[in-house]
Design a protein around this ligand. Structure first.
Ligand code: HEC
Ligand code: HEC
Length: 269
């Protein structure tokens, strides 16, 4: 072997190592881990579109830390929770002593995992709306469609499935107006004492009626408008800070109760 060729032979490993690092350096940025993006879930999506998103959610939110999806295996897979493959067929009639339809059963399995325990398993599954999965309502619908696709056909759309009790409680619990003032924070900004200004004006029927006639509408319409559309009139003497989402947070019945209450009560001296 000549000197020159042995020199070339000796350099080849070094060149290979160099080539590897060049390749590696180029490879890193493309595979850098990106946090999962929050998926937009539209109310008009079809069950099949939702099922696709549901599949991603199940992968990204830790369900597979416990569950396996192993086709052709029984309920018991290799995980700490049941094998979810074929669950739609297996639970087509729900469960004995619990919900007797697939969707109802899946809703319960997610919102209240302890309500029915699959035989042989402990009550360790976290409620799906809480950490770590923290499924929002639309995400829950998507996950249910995905579970339906495992051995069946996805069928639910946004709105077809009940909201978790915790969310219903936020939108509509109190029927008593005084309880509503607390629940919806009205009392942080509005005093019940005549003449006492907190952030906004005190609740005083006489003031409300006067403001209504200045605006040229009935007292009822004025109070309703003030609650659901506080930006309708630009306040002169107050900051423009009243939340503008009460129209969504209070039910129609609650709004009506509130209007009657605010106009009918005797101002406290
Ligand atoms: C810490 C482990 C754990 C995690 C995380 C978990 N599960 Fe579970 N899951 C279980 C166990 C154990 C059971 C069986 C006991 C029971 O019924 O609660 C179960 C039961 C179920 C069932 C009923 C299965 C059947 O055969 O009837 C469904 C559906 C389900 N889980 C879906 C999910 C989804 C979707 C997620 C993610 C949002 C999830 N689980 C996250 C452990 C877990
Ligand atoms: C963060 C403070 C804040 C909260 C919470 C709040 N408001 Fe207000 N509200 C105001 C302010 C400031 C005004 C006056 C300026 C305006 O009209 O936006 C006002 C105006 C009103 C008016 C018109 C009063 C008048 O004399 O013209 C009504 C009625 C009213 N609020 C009802 C409610 C009710 C009912 C709730 C709870 C469901 C509520 N507000 C929650 C700050 C608040």
């Amino acid at each position: 072997m000549t000197r020159a060729s042995s020199y070339v032979m000796a350099t080849i490993p070094a060149l290979l190592v160099l080539a590897f690092f060049v390749w590696f350096a180029n490879w890193i940025p493309q595979t850098r881990w990106e946090p999962p993006e929050k998926q937009e879930i539209g109310s008009t999506m079809t069950p099949l579109q939702l099922a696709k998103i549901g599949q991603t959610i199940v992968r990204q939110r830790g369900c597979l830390a416990c569950h396996t999806i192993e086709p052709a295996a029984g309920v018991e897979g290799q995980g700490r929770g049941p094998n979810l493959a074929n669950i739609a067929a297996r639970r087509a009639e729900g469960v004995a002593g619990g919900p007797n339809a697939l969707v109802d059963y899946l809703v319960e399995a997610l919102y209240e995992p302890g309500a029915f325990l699959v035989e042989g398993y402990a009550n360790i599954m976290p409620v799906s709306t809480r950490p770590p999965a923290k499924l929002g309502y639309e995400e829950t619908v998507a996950v249910i469609d995905y579970l339906q696709s495992l051995g069946g056909t996805p069928s639910v759309r946004v709105g077809d499935v009940a909201r978790p009790a915790s969310q219903v409680a936020e939108t509509a619990t109190a029927t008593d107006p005084v309880a509503m003032l607390t629940e919806f924070d009205c009392e942080t900004c509005h005093s019940m004492e005549q003449g006492e200004v907190l952030v906004g004006p005190p609740f005083d029927p006489a003031l409300l009626r006067r403001a209504a006639s200045e605006r040229g509408i009935s007292a009822e319409a004025y109070v309703m408008e003030s609650i659901v559309d506080p930006r309708a009139v630009k306040p002169e003497d107050f900051p423009d800070v009243m939340p503008d989402d009460y129209g969504e947070r209070l039910t129609a019945a609650q709004l009506q109760t509130m209007v009657v209450f605010l106009l009918g009560r005797e101002p406290t001296e």
